[in-house]
Design a protein around this ligand. Structure first.
Ligand SMILES: C[S@@+](CC[C@H](N)C(=O)[O-])C[C@H]1O[C@@H](n2cnc3c(N)ncnc32)[C@H](O)[C@@H]1O
Length: 215
């Protein structure tokens, strides 16, 4: 339905969507809720980074909520990146957003993206074999690149963890959305990369949805 309408609301803001991007989910608003609680000073010049922009809903909502902040974003799909850039313009935050084409599977992907105070990501986290079994409106219409997290669903977290310590300042935070039951594994991957796990954030269904880590 969102693809037909071409728009979906996220945190009360309108986001343009196309079949190149994941439709923003209410569950992902948990990332914003956590950020607001962990970074209460709204007028500080925070530096944000969003890995896997899609529509840009995470980074652009943060830039809307923190008017002195700047943000970088990485996206592997040129079509999705175009949607995120259009949303940045429409929301009036494009001047504070550096949105780039890039792939965290490629060597040197972190170049020019840090240092940041907060790294957020809602990467693909569905196990490859599970993708075809999802509801048809997801499996047939949403981009595979936005869904497929490899054999166990955790490939993206491993790749991001390998670069995260060079991007996030000491004392900075990482907030990662994950699927049901994945929070302990995600926390373990980032703990091995030098981050201290904090209490996970639950979504409205009571599922541990967002892993929080401190550098
Ligand atoms: C689950 S979607 C999330 C999109 C958006 N952040 C949201 O919360 O709605 C994951 C996004 O990561 C992008 N992506 C997947 N693999 C990537 C990679 N290796 N490097 C960069 N971006 C990637 C996908 O194209 C997709 O836009």
């Amino acid at each position: 339905m969102a693809y037909i309408l071409g728009e979906r609301e996220f945190w009360g803001l309108p986001f343009r969507v196309s079949p190149a991007v994941l439709v923003p989910r209410p569950d992902s608003e948990t990332v914003i809720e956590a950020a607001l609680a962990l970074l209460p000073e709204r007028d500080r010049a925070w530096r944000f980074l969003d890995l896997g922009l899609g529509s840009g809903c995470l980074l652009l909502t943060l830039l809307h909520l923190y008017p002195a902040a700047t943000g970088a974003g990485l996206e592997a799909s040129p079509e999705a990146l175009a949607v995120a850039r259009a949303n940045a313009e429409a929301l009036g935050v494009a001047g504070r957003a550096d949105l780039r084409l890039g792939d965290w599977r490629r060597p040197g992907w972190t170049g020019g993206l840090g240092p940041v105070d907060l790294l957020v990501s809602n990467p693909p986290y569905i196990a490859a074999a599970t993708v075809p079994t999802l509801m048809p409106e997801v499996s047939r219409h949403e981009p595979r690149l936005a869904l497929d997290g490899g054999a166990d669903g955790l490939d993206a977290y491993r790749a991001i963890a390998a670069g995260a310590a060079s991007l996030v300042v000491p004392g900075g935070r990482v907030l990662l959305e994950g699927g049901e039951g994945q929070a302990p594994d995600i926390a373990g991957i980032f703990a091995a990369a030098g981050f201290a796990p904090e209490a996970p954030w639950k979504d409205l269904s009571g599922i541990e949805r967002v892993v929080s880590l401190k550098h």
